[in-house]
Design a protein around this ligand. Structure first.
Ligand SMILES: [Zn+2]
Length: 250
């Protein structure tokens, strides 16, 4: 069985050598390493160099890591300079769940500006956008469509089903995390996503039920999705791996 972890913060994973060896043993054939800010993006490039052919880099600017204008500019410069070697642009997106974003229109506007700029890079380079959309599902899908983004993966989607249907109609994908086992919002969404639009991920090293994830845990995602959908694990593995290969151009 060949699996691809399509969303992992490898620069934060403890014992990365060991974690990637365990991933290979578990049947993982590739990991998409996503960046969140200037420093993590730089680390992602180093890690992708070191594990060439196994770790594939995506660089981004997470809505929770925007920082000041100088940081945003430097981050976009780094992304643009390295665009050719990236398999995607992310992690990018909006997050209206943060207290400052809930309270301030200005914060939400700043998030939208950075997200739109990143979406334009994804569109112009033909690379997929990896999107974080917590509490901001409608704006995330609307902006991706307005900017004519063709390839997008909504990571850990747990928003309203009608917005999800809009994203699926636009040809976008959803990636499932190990929270598929217990997150009601995520489970409800995944029931509406056909396997032809699905990918698997871990969001490592996010902890699920107190256990920090590593890429090998994409197996947990697989079994949770398999149980939820009542479909054979090998069928889901093959479909999701093919989807990832196609969308990331691997
Ligand atoms: Zn993430």
């Amino acid at each position: 069985m060949h699996l691809i972890d399509t969303h992992a913060h490898l620069e934060e994973v403890a014992d990365l050598d060991g974690a990637l060896a365990r991933a290979k043993q578990a049947g993982v054939v590739a990991v998409i390493a996503v960046g969140s800010d200037l420093a993590s993006n730089q680390r992602i490039l180093e890690i992708a160099d070191r594990y060439r052919g196994f770790v594939y880099p995506a660089l981004g600017l997470h809505p929770g890591n925007l920082g000041d204008i100088a940081h945003q500019e430097a981050t976009f410069r780094l992304i643009e300079t390295n665009l050719d070697r990236l398999v995607g642009v992310g992690e990018i997106g909006l997050d209206y769940h943060y207290r400052d974003a809930r309270k301030s229109e200005e914060v939400r506007e700043t998030q939208k500006r950075a997200y739109s700029r990143a979406l334009a890079l994804a569109r112009d380079s033909g690379k997929p956008a990896l999107i974080h959309s917590r509490g901001s599902w409608q704006d995330c899908v609307d902006l991706a469509q307005e900017l004519k983004v063709e390839k997008a993966i909504f990571h850990w989607y747990s928003g309203p089903v009608d917005v999800l249907q809009q994203a699926l109609s636009a040809g976008y994908f959803v990636s499932a995390t190990p929270a598929t086992e217990y997150s009601e919002g995520h489970r409800r969404a995944l029931l509406h996503v056909g396997i032809e639009r699905l990918m698997l991920e871990t969001d490592s090293p996010v902890a699920y039920k107190g256990v920090p994830a590593e890429p090998a845990h994409v197996l947990k995602t697989l079994s949770a999705v398999s149980a939820l959908k009542g479909a054979a694990a090998d069928v889901i593995a093959q479909a999701t791996t093919n989807n990832a290969r196609k969308v990331f151009g691997m």
